[in-house]
Write a protein that binds this ligand. Structure first.
Ligand code: UD1
Ligand code: UDP
Length: 357
């Protein structure tokens, strides 16, 4: 069986790492990197650290408007599908790379398997929601990480094509967790490339959503909150808002925020595990904080991962300094027996379902 996998963004490389390791023992995999994320610390570092096989194709498509990026990917992926003739197209998550690949395959009557199917925010103001819904509706096999994802799929009459498998991000967290245990793996550097010492006590911040970075307003509110906390904040900055983050910190003298270059997966997991609390707008980071039993506040208007929100483990906040501080002052209660993201073997289940297709 020949599976063609398309990935292009940081969180997808992590999911590919977990699944491909098993998939390649049972089937032939052709890996296509769209090029959506291309800086070494947004792409290469994940392939190196997580032993992901080198992609068979790299399309080198990135940036621009959503339509231009998705359209260019659609056209280039179609050409590859025609050459490779895979039995199944495998895609992950909700990026423009996911949607472009799913559309290219379904138009060629190639069955699509979508991993991380069923997440819904309930608004098209979020660009990823459009990608998720369109991908789910053209897919033949929908593999969901959680029961809430399954419930959304059933509501949209997609239940008969859907299966609950668990979260490959949880698999990765467990499998690579050991490697991230040592502070020596941490590679935290500032924008000039100078090594940053990790303080004993710190908060971990990630922020990259279009909704929180398209103007100064939201990011400044987040920085006001983080700057006034009782410990420093470590913030590895996504390239989309490097200029804005640097300028806001400089103009407002936010001395308690340590801006760093994006880090690799092992460093990110280390920083989550050892932080006082985590503040993020990332789908992946809010789950990883939950896996690590670390209290977190998610800066967003919509709930993405409801299972993380029980007992205040992860609390939603608007991008408002007062609200963020109020939410950060709440202490959650983690239940060791509650495991809504599966048993750490989602990847095996994903491969099993793929082979049945
Ligand atoms: C994308 C996904 C989002 C995911 C995120 C993971 C879409 C619509 N969104 O958002 O779901 O959470 O990836 O991080 O696909 N850039 C660089 N260097 C890079 C990568 C990006 O400079 O290595 C710049 C791009 O040129 C672009 C901007 O950052 O101008 C945004 O990148 P893009 O891939 O469009 O969206 P993300 O915000 O990364
Ligand atoms: N991450 C990373 N380096 C960073 C920031 C995040 O490796 O500088 C990891 C993080 O631990 C998680 C994944 O990237 O595993 C989440 O990706 P991102 O936040 O970019 O996307 P999302 O999950 O929101 O789609």
């Amino acid at each position: 069986m020949k599976i063609l996998t398309v990935a292009g963004a940081r969180p997808q490389f992590i999911k590919v790492a977990a699944v491909s390791r098993i998939l390649r023992t049972k089937a032939t995999e052709v890996l296509v990197h769209t090029g959506q994320h291309y800086d070494a610390n947004m792409s290469d570092i994940f392939f190196e650290e997580l032993d992901i096989p080198y992609p068979n194709y790299n399309l080198g498509i990135s940036g621009g408007t959503h339509g231009h990026m998705t359209g260019a990917m659609l056209s280039a992926i179609e050409d590859i599908l025609i050459i490779e003739k895979p039995d199944v197209l495998l895609v992950y998550g909700d990026t423009n790379s996911t949607l472009a690949a799913a559309l290219a395959a379904v138009k060629l009557q190639i069955p699509v398997c979508h991993v991380e199917a069923g997440n819904r925010l309930g608004t098209f103001s979020n660009p990823e929601e459009i990608n998720r819904i369109c991908t789910d509706h053209v897919a033949t096999l929908l593999l969901s990480c959680t029961q809430s994802g399954m419930d959304f799929l059933k509501k949209e009459n997609l239940g008969s094509r859907s299966k609950l498998v668990g979260d490959p991000m949880y698999d990765a967290f467990i499998y690579y967790g050991e490697k991230s245990a040592n502070r020596a793996v941490c590679d935290l550097v500032d924008f000039s490339g100078k090594k940053i010492d990790i303080p004993e006590m710190y908060y971990y911040l990630t922020c990259h959503r279009e909704e929180n970075t398209k103007n100064d307003e939201a990011l400044k509110e987040i920085f006001i909150a983080m700057n006034s906390l009782d410990a420093l904040t470590i913030y590895p900055v996504h390239p989309r808002n490097k200029e804005r983050a640097e300028r806001l910190c400089y103009e407002n003298n936010f001395k308690n925020i340590i801006l760093a270059q994006p880090v690799g997966y092992l460093t990110s997991i280390y920083l989550i595990k050892h932080a006082k609390k985590v503040v993020s707008d990332s789908g992946g980071v809010q789950r990883e904080a939950f896996f690590a039993k670390k209290p977190s506040v998610t800066i967003f208007d919509y709930i993405g991962w409801p299972e993380t929100m029980v007992n205040n483990c992860n609390i939603l906040s608007k991008a408002n300094a007062t609200e963020i501080l109020e939410k950060l002052s709440i202490n959650p209660c983690f239940d060791d027996d509650y495991k809504p993201f599966g048993d750490g073997h989602a990847s095996e289940k994903i491969v099993k379902e793929l082979l049945k297709m």
